[in-house]
Design a protein around this ligand. Structure first.
Ligand code: GAR
Length: 225
């Protein structure tokens, strides 16, 4: 309501630690992206992300699945809670529930997710362990629009990260996370600036369809130019 002019209201959904949330809070606070986080909603009461929201004076809300008779009822309540904050964008930041089709459709083109792999490779859970077991030499992170198929919406930006011979899943996750913290605020910034959209099942940046996701190095170069 007291939105500074030109800042897009955002609702962030979380389940855990909230390091991506923190990166977004910092980018917004430092004026790097024209967005204001109106609320953080968690599906778990003890998510540290809620503490991060409170520290930043952002509404920290919890909606627990077991308080609802079924998934449909939970999803409807979640959509209503999101809607009460009138967001221009909904950001999934380590939100570990699969949203139902009604909610996804309601926010089609206005909902982003981050996933710790080079999508379409390694969608789903337990990404880093699977990457290491498969002997990959490279992995990364992807930001994409959310569609009804898990982790399969149009990709916007990716960062590549080498897999080192002595990596375990935790070490690899930590290195990928550093890149996540760069690419997520960038994509959210583009969206808030009106430069990014989803149309005809593709991501478009600055009026051009993305045949493949922007690479972090490309984005860093063009913002430095
Ligand atoms: C991040 O690595 C994010 O990419 C991943 O969960 C982690 C959340 O960390 N998300 C998924 O795997 C979604 N499929 P955070 O709570 O510290 O941001």
């Amino acid at each position: 309501m007291n939105e500074p002019a030109g800042r897009m209201p955002v609702v962030v959904l979380v389940s855990g630690r909230g390091s991506n949330l923190q990166a977004i809070i910092d980018a917004a606070d430092q004026g790097r992206i024209p967005a204001t986080i109106e609320a953080v909603v968690s599906d778990s009461a003890d998510a540290f992300a809620l503490e991060r929201a409170r520290r930043a004076s952002i509404a920290a809300l919890t909606l627990i699945r077991r308080d609802f008779p079924d998934r449909l009822a939970y999803d409807a309540a979640l959509a209503d809670l999101i809607e009460s904050h009138n967001p221009g964008l909904v950001v999934l930041a380590g939100f570990m529930r699969i949203l139902g089709p009604a909610t996804v459709q309601r926010y089609a083109g206005r909902m982003l997710n981050i996933h710790p792999s080079l999508l379409p490779a390694y969608a789903g859970l337990d990404t880093h362990r699977r990457v290491i077991e498969a002997g990959e030499i490279e992995t990364g992170a992807s930001v994409h629009f959310v569609t009804e198929t898990l982790d399969a919406g149009p990709a916007i930006i990716q960062a590549r990260v080498p897999v080192k011979p002595d990596d375990d899943a935790d070490r690899l996750a930590a290195r990928v996370l550093e890149r996540e913290h760069q690419i997520y605020p960038m994509a959210i910034g583009w969206f808030a600036e009106g430069r990014l959209e989803m149309r005809d099942g593709r991501a478009w940046l600055d009026g051009k369809p993305l045949d493949e996701p922007i690479r972090l190095e490309q984005a860093t170069k063009s913002s430095a130019a």
